[in-house]
Design a protein around this ligand. Sequence first.
Ligand SMILES: NC(=O)c1ccc[n+]([C@@H]2O[C@H](COP(=O)([O-])OP(=O)(O)OC[C@H]3O[C@@H](n4cnc5c(N)ncnc54)[C@H](OP(=O)(O)O)[C@@H]3O)[C@@H](O)[C@H]2O)c1
Length: 281
Amino acid sequence: MVGRKAVLVTGAGTGIGKAIALHLAAQGFTVFAAGRTLSTLGALAQEGGERIISVTMDVTDEASVAKGMETIASHLDGASLFAVVNNAGISVTGPIERVPDADWRAQFETNVFGVMNVTRAVLPQMRATGEGRIVNISSVTGRLAPPFMGVYAASKHAVEGLSDALRREVKQFGIKVSVIRPGFVNTGFGDQEQAGLEPYMKEGEPYRDSLEKFAKWHHDKGHKAAPPPHCVAVEVERALTDASPRTRYTAPKKNLWLIFARNFLPAPLVDAVTARTTGIS
Ligand SMILES: NC(=O)c1ccc[n+]([C@@H]2O[C@H](COP(=O)([O-])OP(=O)(O)OC[C@H]3O[C@@H](n4cnc5c(N)ncnc54)[C@H](OP(=O)(O)O)[C@@H]3O)[C@@H](O)[C@H]2O)c1
């Protein structure tokens, strides 16, 4: 039966979640790999071996989360989850003005309410055992919002804020909360973001010219030019094993300068550098 180092990873079938699941399993954790797509979860379980247990879970659906938790409980046999890694996420791209409310809501349903649904489901058992770790996958955009990624950045800013408050609330129960901030990482996320930009590059769209430049920068210098997701998995392991985990971990490390710039440089300067870097100035 699984021991106290049991970790739930959401969105584990692909990309960063998959890398986290494989890395944690290799480090001796028992990983409950959750997601909506059975085929990717099945392939992951085959690759990761017996330490990876697939769980069907749509984080936007409370009933699905509850059912997934029942599956986990049946494997834990009375033991508690040690940690959850809230990784499942989507990215809605496009100009703030033009993205429809329905897309804004879908973004927040997954990236914010999804985190809350799963966190609420695991907290009672963590409070009961007097320990636990919650690791929320945010983004560098949770601190520095690029143009045309504002919907996504807003959702990750929300994750940052709720994680800060949660950390201060649950410390009294022995539960520790950390945020991981990936920068560009080479996963399928880039294609999803490119596809999201397309409707706003059509003839007559008001942001078309600058968006075309942004899309080229994003395509050439973004995910495809970025390192594989293992670097994020290593930071998650640190958040789970450090005796006093940091509130934030950034990966790849080169992105720390973006956080530094956001924290310490004047906003007009950051705006100018952002516009120049993305090609929209
Ligand atoms: N790649 C990057 O450059 C980057 C940078 C910063 C932050 N991040 C963050 O890292 C996390 C993982 O992204 P990724 O790059 O690995 O992209 P990805 O390969 O698209 O992974 C996202 C995963 O989330 C799952 N998912 C989406 N909606 C879900 C839902 N409602 N319920 C359960 N699972 C759901 C997807 O699986 P199914 O669709 O099969 O369910 C997929 O496996 C996200 O939170 C993202 O915001 C990524």
